[in-house]
Design a protein. Structure first.
Length: 862
RNA sequence: GCCCGCGUGGCGGAACGGUAGACGCAGCGGACUUAAAAUCCGUUGUUCGGUAGGACGUGUGGGUUCGAAUCCCUCCGCGGGCACCA
């Protein structure tokens, strides 16, 4: 007997979701197949750092990927959808310091918690491939990679100035320095000279830059950021002779302005500056001040140009002019040659400096606009006061001057990049040990492959700040593999970005027991990643490093990959409201309540609360929503649905509790439909194959439903291909609405409803898989909806025979007529003209032109 | 400063150059209920009008077009990235 729609109870998600999650795990439903004949699809979300909790920002990332994975399975791909843990890193050590837990214990505990949370989200991962970068097998193999890169000359050791965090006692990457302070400690970063290991990312700089053009599946935004980061500039180097008889090499992208050069400037870090400082106290003082100043942020903000004259001059290569050499704070040592020639008339910085120190300014490029005599002049123009360059355009002058400099042996064409080699040493315990020993006799010695892995010692003490490996009583003392004498291990560990630069390759390898984590056959069958999903915050770092690694490993013969990620999707951030006290303290949402007057107050104290903007969820702002809380209250399907509803996945997502409620209601609406249909006899027994979706001999309204359904299949499929999940949800809701319109007739159309609901479940399953499995099972369909194939639509059902045709007069809508699409043109015009509102707006005027686009519009021009 | 991206109802957002506002959230009205919740039905850009039907409307100003949210130019605003890169 059919139940009453209104009497169907609330959907009991908790048991349902647990049941299907267990089944998927047990049956390994989402295990990638080893069949290489099947078309493959590798979908990957950026793996998380095991911080301890999955928040809704994570959930968004993984849900988007999961929908893509489930959809591709349904359309027939052999899908690889793995997950793992970016598990080394400082937070584990800080937790150890704070709570006395071992970093390893803390990390693996967090992984267990987060794995459970992920499984409770119904994410369709191949869990057999899961690993953490702190697993011995992984980092042990990584040490082999280190050796291979070293042997290829892609790793080197260099003494250089690095960012040093005096509180955390370790080196920071440039990107971890925010506003001159450590991102974690907040302490002003110091500069320190240290011997560090570097990866020679610059060896592939041209390739990394040029191949960006081929990354057609990447967002333009990310490509632009990478191009800027690499920062290629073409120009030439010029060698000047100093009054002391030395060579001073400068780099310029504007060699055409050489005749306007009035001084030279070198970086305080330039070797010549250091040398001069030994004898010149003014230079020495300036360098000292510079070092001090470079730490303070306000100094950078002011961007005030300062310098000191060295007493040294150089000869201008073409003029009888001596150019003074300054040490100047605005010249960077790590770009170009650390020295420039300055043409104040055509460079803002040179101009500022010249004004301050009263140096000559000589114009050599004339503006095409004769009235423009403003300086500095930075645009294109015609060369003047420049001897043999006079009359040339900037472009031509550049070529001419470079040629001339080459001819006289004073310069050469050169290209410089902003990209610098990647410092990978970290003075931390919780990272991958570097497989190197320092031998007093042999110097730096690589370990042999047989000596690997170098395992992290478990018995470390964290009471003191600094690197516990360095203080460990025995760990670092070892034998030199070359001479057998006493040696000391490298106690620095690798930057965790090293770990995450090849994890996507390790996922490809199927055999858990293989010692080769970069098995070539496996790599060949799965790489490249067909779809990578992650936050835009990795636009440069991780994504550039991973690209570099692919090339470097290929160079070493360990892989054969040009570009690792064929398509990249960057999802937006999840944002939520913030609450603060008037003194600026952040408040948790549960600490505040609405007042009668419509404002907010602190529940405990009644203090006034300032409601802030939607901001990116962060612990410090106390506006993070924990995925567990939502899953417990509404279930995973509701969270999954909500997180992809409404907002396109590449935009920032405004979290709202009301929105969650709305999705929960929709899920119940679905549930009632399935239960009701089931009680009416809808189900597998009334389906006779896909061809029945045609059901030719049916009543008109069911005819319409069929058309709506085919339209839905097309719309949903197209939107999924574009990753417009918000539109997918809209089309599905629309479809459910039109089914509800006919639900009273369900008894007389059991067959039609059976087929439509079966196909609808397939469309819904990628987004809300649990409820779909349950309904699929309840209605008696075979197997799992997760294994069902994607519905197809027929073009003939998308055709429209009747249309509500809009009629415009002078481009303004004046009415519509219902006509057959193929109706005779003259007939349509006649019908259109007969519409009273159309007549009114023509009202006696003569029709000058008639536009008719069949199936679209009529426009009368009067 | 430079380089991107974006401006559509109260809100999230739809819209191959062709009926702007699909779908949802919030709101309003109604049915059911002793009542509430849930559910179902209707309604909701602004404005004039009793209705019919108008006027206005996609940040601003212009242009192209029979027709512009959509294409081109100007300006304004917001967001992001880079930032002494020679």
């Amino acid at each position: 007997m059919p139940v009453k729609l209104s009497e169907i109870g609330v959907y009991a998600f908790a048991d349902v979701e647990a049941k299907w999650q267990a089944k998927w795990l047990k049956e390994e439903t989402f295990r990638a197949k080893c069949d290489r004949k099947l078309p493959k699809y590798y979908i990957l979300e950026m793996f998380p750092y095991p911080s301890g909790k999955i928040h809704v920002g994570h959930a968004r990332n993984y849900t988007v990927g999961d929908i893509v994975a489930r959809y591709h399975r349904a359309v027939g791909f052999n899908v690889l959808h793995p997950i793992g843990w970016d598990a080394f890193g400082l937070p584990a050590e800080n937790a150890a310091l704070k709570r006395g837990v071992h970093p390893k214990e803390w990390t693996y505990y967090n992984i267990r918690v987060m794995r459970r949370q992920m499984q409770e989200l119904g994410l369709s991962y191949d869990w057999r491939r899961e690993f953490a970068t702190c697993d011995e097998r992984y980092y042990g193999f990584q040490q082999k990679i280190f050796l291979a890169l070293y042997k290829k000359g892609l790793i080197y050791r260099k003494r250089s100035e690095v960012n040093w965090d005096p509180v955390d006692n370790c080196v920071l990457a440039n990107e971890q320095v925010i506003g001159g302070c450590g991102w974690r400690s907040g302490a002003p970063v110091e500069k320190r000279m240290l011997s560090q290991w570097f990866l020679k990312i610059t060896a592939f700089v041209e390739e990394l830059l040029n191949e960006i053009d081929n990354l057609t599946g990447w967002p333009e935004k990310v490509k632009v950021m990478q191009r800027n980061w690499i920062g290629r500039s073409e120009g030439c180097s010029i060698t000047f002779k100093t009054s002391k008889g030395e060579d001073l090499v400068v780099f310029s992208t504007r060699p055409d302005t050489i005749f306007g050069a009035t001084f030279l400037a070198i970086s305080p870090d330039h070797s010549m500056a250091r040398k001069l400082a030994e004898t010149d106290s003014k230079v020495a003082n300036f360098i000292k001040e510079f070092k001090k100043g470079s730490v303070a942020q306000e100094f950078l903000d002011r961007q005030e140009k300062t310098g000191v004259y060295t007493g040294v001059t150089v000869d201008h290569p073409f003029l009888d002019r001596k150019l003074p050499v300054y040490v100047a704070n605005f010249v960077l040592m790590n770009y170009g040659t650390g020295a420039i020639f300055a043409t104040p008339a055509h460079d803002q910085r040179d101009y500022d400096f010249a004004k301050k120190y009263d140096l000559p300014i000589e114009r050599v490029v004339a503006s095409p606009n004769e009235n423009n005599d403003e300086l500095p002049y930075l645009d294109d123009g015609i060369l003047v006061n420049s001897d043999f360059l006079n009359g040339l355009t900037v472009d031509k002058a550049k070529k001419a001057i470079i040629q001339k400099l080459c001819d006289i042996g004073a310069g050469k064409r050169e290209t410089f990049f902003k990209l610098l080699d990647w410092g990978i040493s970290r003075q931390r315990y919780w990272g991958c040990p570097i497989p190197i020993v320092h031998c007093s006799k042999c110097g730096i010695v690589l370990l042999n492959n047989e000596d690997l892995p170098v395992l992290l010692p478990g018995d470390v003490a964290f009471e003191q700040p600094g690197n516990p490996l360095d203080r460990h009583p025995i760990w670092k003392h070892t034998k030199c593999p070359q001479c057998g004498g006493g040696a000391v291990r490298e106690t620095d560990t690798l930057d965790t970005f090293f770990d995450s630069s090849w994890y996507f390759l390790r996922f490809c390898v199927d055999d858990a027991n293989s010692s080769d984590l970069l098995n070539k056959d496996d790599l060949a069958s799965w790489m490249s990643v067909d779809q990578y999903v992650g936050g835009v915050e990795h636009a440069i770092l991780h994504l550039l490093y991973a690209r570099f690694f692919s090339k470097a490993l290929t160079e070493c013969g360990l892989a054969n990959i040009r570009e690792p990620f064929a398509n990249l999707f960057t999802q937006g951030m999840v944002c939520s409201v913030t609450y603060r006290k008037e003194n600026g303290d952040w408040l948790f949402p549960e600490e505040v309540r609405r007042t009668i007057s419509g404002g907010y107050e602190v529940i405990k104290t009644g203090e006034n609360v300032i409601v802030g903007n939607l901001e990116k969820m962060s612990k410090s702002k106390k506006n993070v929503v924990d995925s567990d809380d939502i899953v417990k209250k509404y279930g995973a399907d509701t969270l999954r649905l909500f997180i992809v509803s409404d907002t396109p996945p590449d935009r920032d997502f405004p979290w709202s509790d009301d929105g969650v409620e709305g999705c929960w209601r929709f899920l119940n609406r679905l549930w009632r439909l399935f239960v009701y249909a089931h009680s009416c006899g809808v189900g597998a027994k009334r389906c006779y194959g896909i061809e029945n979706l045609a059901f030719e001999n049916c009543e008109k309204h069911i005819h319409q439903l069929r058309k709506d359904f085919h339209r839905t299949v097309k719309n949903v499929t197209d939107a999924l291909e574009e990753k417009a999940m918000n539109r997918v949800v809209a089309y599905l809701r629309d479809c459910v609405n039109s089914i509800y319109q006919l639900v009273d007739d369900i008894d007389t159309h059991i067959d039609a409803f059976s087929i439509i609901i079966r196909e609808l479940l397939k469309l819904l399953a990628p987004i809300v898989p649990h409820i779909c499995e349950e309904a699929w099972d309840m209605l008696g369909f075979e197997g799992l909806v997760s294994n069902a194939s994607w519905p197809s639509y027929e073009a003939k059902y998308l055709e429209i025979s009747m249309i509500n045709l809009p009629i415009q007069v002078n481009g303004k809508l004046r009415g519509t007529i219902d006509v057959a699409v193929n109706m005779d043109e003259e007939m349509i015009f006649a019908r259109a003209l007969a519409v009273p509102t159309v007549q009114n707006s023509i009202s006696g005027k003569s029709v000058k032109n008639k536009i008719f686009i069949r199936g679209k519009i009529i426009n009368f021009v009067v």
